[in-house]
Design a protein around this ligand. Structure first.
Ligand code: ADP
Ligand code: MG
Length: 463
């Protein structure tokens, strides 16, 4: 039997692709991301339609909630099939089995009745609708949403999100807590940092009569969120207590979500038991956002703050601030402050001025000469030809492209750029910039070429 594998691929429109588009319209982007993005259709010649999904949990959930919708959409897109089934790719559904002594211990523990801090306050800006999804955080976001919708009922338990600073870990943890609390998917939600956990534990050890006893807090938790667990490093007592609570909650199918600034097995002096237990859930990372996502984040933040930011300003900031989202926000706050003090509109010049100290650090790395060299290579000419005085089109076009990129990516003045192009006038630089800027709106081939050169420049803009 020859099976046709119609995989999910945005670059071509397979029949399943068409179905997915319709499904997305019907279920909305959040559910689509969670339940459908990772699916594939396998249709046999006999008409058996098998939809591949990540694991058994997905299979059950999609079958229960979406199978009639899927059938309907498949009929609309003229996919003929006789049977429809959902097949988990990951067969070994991980159930965390406690060691027997741990089980006994957890059951025997006389933990005082719960006084859980419910109605915990979450940061109003750290919600799912204010989180911009891009390639760098897609998986972490989808898993977070799945966990928030059904705490303790997914195979993502514990869910561990790791990644560098300022990339959105706290935002996601808080969004999970906020969602679960406001949508009522979990009654008792506790969010705390690992340092707060440690302090409370130490307090308990030092003062056992403390009425806000450490264990009371965790006894009835349905959703426990602990941020920055790298700070458990080298704290064996805290780790031991954390492990007990962690196991107890997992035994009761309560949801645990943790974040760390590095992969858990890279946290120095972390108990091996703990690391092993982590492997039973989902460990997923967040990477620094790419240019497109950085621009989307800026747009979103500006929208939230009611700030009108011209596209060229967004492009300028996103092009220059590449390290993390917190820094992008920092610049935005500066812009808001400045425009409210001075009443000036935020133009590219204002942005350049305010970003000056941050951006100047990178200037030496992206030079006019570097851009000339890369453009020359892309057009198979030499760097000398770019600066030479000739009007031949095969030279004039790359020269204009190089000027365009220099204006866009360096902080050199138009005059300096002109000088470095064989002593041309600054008006030539402006003219070239405008010409290329309008040409790439319609000339796809040129746009792609410029995009590929920009990919070479972008890494140099990192700190
Ligand atoms: P981390 O905990 O990973 O150090 P945070 O969650 O504190 O990072 O994020 C830093 C700032 O960046 C926060 O204000 C957060 O709202 C914002 N941020 C990070 N990622 C995103 C994103 N994808 N969309 C919107 N805002 C984001
Ligand atoms: Mg954080």
């Amino acid at each position: 039997m020859l099976a046709k594998n119609l995989s999910h691929d945005f670059s071509n429109t397979s029949p399943w692709q068409n179905c997915l588009k319709k499904i997305q319209d019907k279920v909305g982007p959040a559910s689509y991301e969670t339940w459908f993005r990772a699916t594939e259709l396998n249709l046999s010649d006999e008409g058996h339609a098998k939809i591949h999904v990540p694991n058994q949990f997905f299979a059950d959930f999609i079958e229960e909630h979406f199978s009639s919708l899927i059938k309907e959409v498949m009929a609309e897109t003229s996919i003929s099939f006789s049977t429809l089934s959902f097949v988990p790719i990951q067969k070994d559904w991980k159930i965390i089995q406690p060691l027997s002594e741990e089980l006994t211990e957890a059951q025997n523990r006389k933990i005082p009745q719960a006084v859980v801090e419910s109605n915990q306050q979450f940061h109003p800006n750290y919600t799912f609708d204010k989180f911009v999804v891009g390639d760098s955080n897609r998986m972490a976001h989808a898993a977070s949403l799945a966990v928030a919708e059904a705490p303790g009922k997914t195979s993502f338990n514990p869910l561990i999100i790791y990644g560098g600073t300022g990339l959105g870990k706290t935002h996601l943890l808080q969004a999970i807590g906020d969602f679960a609390q406001s949508e009522g998917t979990a009654d008792n939600v506790v969010y705390l940092t690992s340092e707060e956990f440690t302090n409370q534990y130490i307090n308990f050890v030092v003062n056992k009569k403390d009425s806000t006893s450490f264990y009371k807090k965790f006894n009835n938790v349905d959703l426990l969120l602990i941020d920055d667990i790298q700070f458990f490093s080298k704290k064996p007592g805290t780790q031991k207590e954390f492990f007990r609570i962690f196991n107890k909650l997992l035994l009761e199918n309560k949801q645990i979500v943790l974040s760390s600034d590095r992969p858990p097995d890279k946290i120095p002096d972390m108990m091996e038991h703990i690391i092993n237990r982590f492997l039973g859930g989902l460990i997923t990372d967040i990477q620094p956002p790419n240019l497109e996502t950085r621009m989307a984040i800026l747009r979103k933040k500006a929208e939230i703050d009611g700030l009108l930011l011209p596209d060229e300003v967004i492009q300028f900031i996103a092009g220059h601030i590449t390290s993390n989202v917190r820094e992008l926000e920092g610049i935005l706050i500066k812009l808001i402050a400045s425009s409210s003090f001075t009443g000036r509109d935020i133009t590219l010049d204002v942005a350049r001025e305010l970003c000056g100290d941050v951006i100047s650090r990178k200037d030496e790395r992206v030079s006019v000469s570097y851009i000339q060299k890369k453009v020359a290579e892309a057009f198979s000419i030499t760097q000398n030809q770019i600066t030479a005085h000739t009007r031949k089109r095969e030279i004039a076009l790359p020269r204009s492209v190089a000027m365009y990129l220099c204006k866009k990516w360096t902080r050199q003045s138009l005059r300096t750029i002109g000088l470095e192009f064989g002593g041309r006038d600054y008006s030539t630089v402006i003219h070239s910039y405008k010409k290329i800027n309008s040409e790439i709106q319609t000339n796809v081939e040129l746009k792609e070429k410029i995009d590929s050169i920009e990919k070479l420049i972008e890494p140099l803009l990192k700190f």
